[in-house]
Design a protein around this ligand. Structure first.
Ligand code: GTP
Ligand code: SPV
Ligand code: MN
Length: 592
């Protein structure tokens, strides 16, 4: 084997895994254009991807997955801390020794007949103290190619790892050794899928799935699950948050970060095109934020990723023109429908579907069921986004003025509510709930608690996580952003969304800025401060003041039911739940 690393630690680790996985060949991936083209040609020759029409969608591709491998698998995701209590009540737990004993035999010879791609990657901008290095070993050319877009993959990163010997080992196999067998376009092994994290030794072991967060290990596995554990230890936060730069009509700059659960609007808000004249927006990040407290007391956020892995369905010129421009070329699409002209289509792209679609299962679409899978996605470098903020890779991060916490709630939760204090904001984050989406396996539309949108991504005990948030603001309130609960998804009696959303969400942000600048009085409710009548600018929307009013109403009977539900949820979280949050719940109980 060619020697790719001179660091004894790295070389020994790579040798051990190469021996175990037993690939036919080993390739170091450093992301040069020629290498990417090689991966593309290989994937095309295998039928794993098709090239889209070069005029309609230059340098872009469509991959169709196995129909059993379409989303994150939460039931197969494990936090393997030594103590079960450190994984806590919200994570699947196995002891490290038990999980490794179960997985090592799976990895034995798992890459026979395949190429082992060695992908050194960095999460976080170069020169930032936020940066974390990793090496993903994968037998999927699709994953290797996707990693070159989603993370920073380069010779320089490989050298940095070689010099420091410090990296998060991330093992990935689709779990289908070839050994004489014919390959399939999307190999996977659903019966034996595991996505395992070893927080104490900072290792990631994934087997059996080639899709998204199960396989692109820098994202949810490293930047969130392992990241959150490191952040707890080192005093920072790894969050499932978009980062948006907002420029007011007077030219003042505000950065806001927002935690919304999977498929609940982060990418869309990150690429906001304001509908109110004078406002401008730029994108810093669309899924993950690493946040530290600066010496001035402010919170500074960095987007650790290099690309977007965004939900395709629902994206259109009308809902998100910026996302459409971002993915107009140089994009890998997965599980979208293919048009007769060789372009991609998904539900919501246009009002009526074009004739002659090939659906995500690769069959002529019969109009039954969705043509694109509801979790169909695009993978594109962040640099392709026309509204990317010039400072998006600033090693110091950007200072946050407000934090948004949002979910999909048909009722109860107002369009926007300001928390009374940092602690009250942490309380609101801890009780957040949202309807489940197609981003993970299982039924959609079921309301579940998803604290800080981190339920599937917090790598340790959620009670300790809430304590970490509380402690983050404990020392001084000076410079802390204010916290807002938002909900774009309230429905009327006809089950239609009341709020127009998308670009009109700037109206909510503008109210938040008014609050920060002391320009809006708001109206107090048991849950926090909501906009007073007239404080949200509706000019240019089709909503009347009467139609808007229910969006900021709180039904006290419904809230009482919610409080009872939260009591049951808190009881299940066990004794590590901070007393301060129980007090906040008691306060809320008294107010309703
Ligand atoms: P992940 O990548 O899974 O973390 O998702 P995300 O939070 O980035 O969600 P995304 O912005 O991709 O939106 C998911 C779905 O919600 C898409 O179908 C959007 O069209 C829809 N959506 C986003 N913003 C809004 C909004 O303001 N109003 C409504 N009604 N729908 C929205
Ligand atoms: C999410 O589910 O929140 C995603 C997609 O961003 S995945 O990368 O698959 O986790
Ligand atoms: Mn996400």
């Amino acid at each position: 084997m060619e020697k790719h690393f001179s660091s004894p630690t790295v070389a020994a680790w790579l040798q051990e895994w190469t021996d175990r996985l037993d690939p036919e060949r080993v390739e170091l991936v450093t992301g040069e254009p020629a290498q990417q083209e090689g991966l593309v040609d290989l994937l095309i020759s295998r039928g794993s991807i098709v090239r889209l029409d070069p005029v309609l969608r230059p340098n872009s591709f469509l991959a169709l997955s196995d129909s059993r491998d379409v989303a994150r698998l939460e039931s197969r995701t494990f936090i393997c801390s030594e103590q079960e209590s450190d994984a806590g009540p919200t994570n699947n737990w196995r002891s490290p020794s038990e999980m490794k004993a179960a997985m090592l035999p799976l990895y034995e010879g798992a890459m026979r007949g395949r190429t082992l791609y060695v992908v050194p990657f960095a999460m976080g901008p170069e020169g930032s103290r936020f940066q974390m290095l990793g090496i993903e070993l994968t037998d999927s050319a699709y994953v290797a190619l996707s990693m070159t877009r989603m993370a920073r993959v380069s010779k320089a990163v490989a050298e940095a790892i070689d010099q420091s010997g410090d990296f998060v080992p991330a093992i990935h196999s689709v779990g289908v050794p070839l050994a004489g067998r014919e390959d399939v376009p999307w190999p996977c092994n659903p019966e034996s899928t595991y996505v395992a994290h070893f927080p104490e030794t900072r290792e990631i072991w994934s087997f059996g799935s080639g899709y998204g967060g199960n396989a692109l290990l820098g994202k949810k596995c490293l930047a969130l699950r392992i990241g959150s554990v490191v952040g707890k230890r080192e005093g920072w936060l790894a969050e499932h948050m978009l980062i948006l730069k907002l420029i007011s009509p007077t030219g003042k700059i505000y950065y806001v970060a927002g935690a919304f659960p999977s498929a609940c609007g982060k990418t869309n808000l990150a690429m906001l095109v304001p509908t109110v004249p004078g406002w401008r927006a730029e994108t810093v990040g669309d899924d993950i934020a690493w946040i530290r407290r600066g010496e001035d007391g402010r919170l500074y956020a960095v987007n650790p990723e290099a690309g977007f892995f965004g939900v395709a369905p629902g994206t259109s010129v009308r809902s998100n023109a910026m996302a459409m421009q971002t993915i107009s070329r140089d994009t890998i699409f997965t599980n979208c429908a293919l048009t007769r002209e060789g372009d991609v289509w998904w539900e919501g792209a246009t009002e009526t579907p074009p004739d002659g679609l090939i659906d995500w299962k690769g069959l002529p679409w019969d109009g039954q069921g969705p043509a694109a899978h509801p979790n169909a996605r695009f993978t594109v470098p962040a640099s392709k986004c026309p509204m990317i903020a010039p400072e998006w890779q600033d090693p110091a991060g950007v200072p946050l003025s407000a934090l948004l916490l949002g979910g999909r709630r048909s009722d109860l939760i107002p369009l926007v509510t300001e928390a009374r204090s940092w602690e009250h904001g942490v309380f609101l984050g801890s009780i957040m709930a949202s309807e489940t989406t197609a981003a993970a396996e299982g039924p959609t539309g079921k309301v579940r608690r998803d604290p800080f949108a981190m339920l599937p991504f917090c790598g340790y005990n959620i009670g300790d996580y809430f304590r970490h948030w509380l402690e983050f603001g404990a020392e001084s309130k000076e410079g802390l952003p204010r916290i807002y609960l938002v909900n774009w998804f309230r429905r009327n009696a006809d089950r239609k969304y009341i709020w127009p959303g998308y670009g009109d969400n700037v109206r909510v942000l503008s109210w938040i800025i008014d609050r920060l600048e002391g320009r809006a009085a708001g109206r107090d409710t048991p849950l926090g401060v909501v906009p007073a009548p007239g404080e949200i600018d509706l000019a240019g929307t089709s909503l009347s003041a009467e139609e808007f009013a229910p969006l900021v109403e709180i039904d006290l009977a419904d809230l009482a039911v919610e409080v009872e539900d939260v009591k049951g949820y808190y009881a299940n979280l066990g004794e590590r739940l901070p007393a301060r949050l129980r007090d906040e719940l008691e306060e809320l109980h008294k107010r309703v």
